[in-house]
Design a protein around this ligand. Sequence first.
Ligand SMILES: C[S@@+](CC[C@H](N)C(=O)[O-])C[C@H]1O[C@@H](n2cnc3c(N)ncnc32)[C@H](O)[C@@H]1O
Length: 216
Amino acid sequence: MALEYLAKQSMCLMLSMDEIIVNAPNEGERIDPGALFGSQGPFELEIGCGKGGFLLQRAQTHPEVRLLGIEWANKFFLYASDRMFRWKMENVRMMRTDASRFVRDHLPVNCLAALHVYHPDPWPKKRHHKRRLIQTSFADAAVSALLDGAVWLLQTDHAGYYEQMREVLDSHNALLKFDWGTGGWGDGPEWSGTNFEIKYRREGRSIYRAAYRVVK
Ligand SMILES: C[S@@+](CC[C@H](N)C(=O)[O-])C[C@H]1O[C@@H](n2cnc3c(N)ncnc32)[C@H](O)[C@@H]1O
């Protein structure tokens, strides 16, 4: 009887896949993070969450945080969404859309407590560099969406892309670089690594990281 009751209770708490997966906003629409999660709390975004390893770890260790994972590739999007469902994550929503447009056109001003960008596609060929996510116009849009005092964490295995990230973000007048792993951000017992990070560390590749605080 008690087991039946507990099972019913956990069923009630468990979100369906339809609730975890949220639609991309319509043209001209800005999201309402409170409405997206049905509750208020610090709102964080991970861009290009891939298989969702980081998202899951962050959501589990920080239940007070509301996390939106954005992923463009359908295969990874479905994999990560299913993972959040199986782990019964109440504080995660998943959206399949182009993150650069989403940040620019659909995030309200001053809504994000943290932005996570781990191993964004490096587009190594010079003629493709314009496709990289981290550009000045994207940094301006991201800073507008981030709250004063919010953090932006980035990680890549590509030295050339890291250089570009540093050039763009170090020179931004609303971003102040701080040491990765300080202030409770980045390394620490909670950091289990992103899926790509784990794979690349196994291969002995270097990982480059940067952390910024927003000062408005
Ligand atoms: C190299 S993977 C890294 C995945 C994950 N962050 C990790 O560290 O394991 C980059 C991911 O970003 C996604 N991606 C690239 N551009 C994107 C965009 N504009 N919007 C949303 N996702 C994007 C890709 O589909 C891919 O899954």
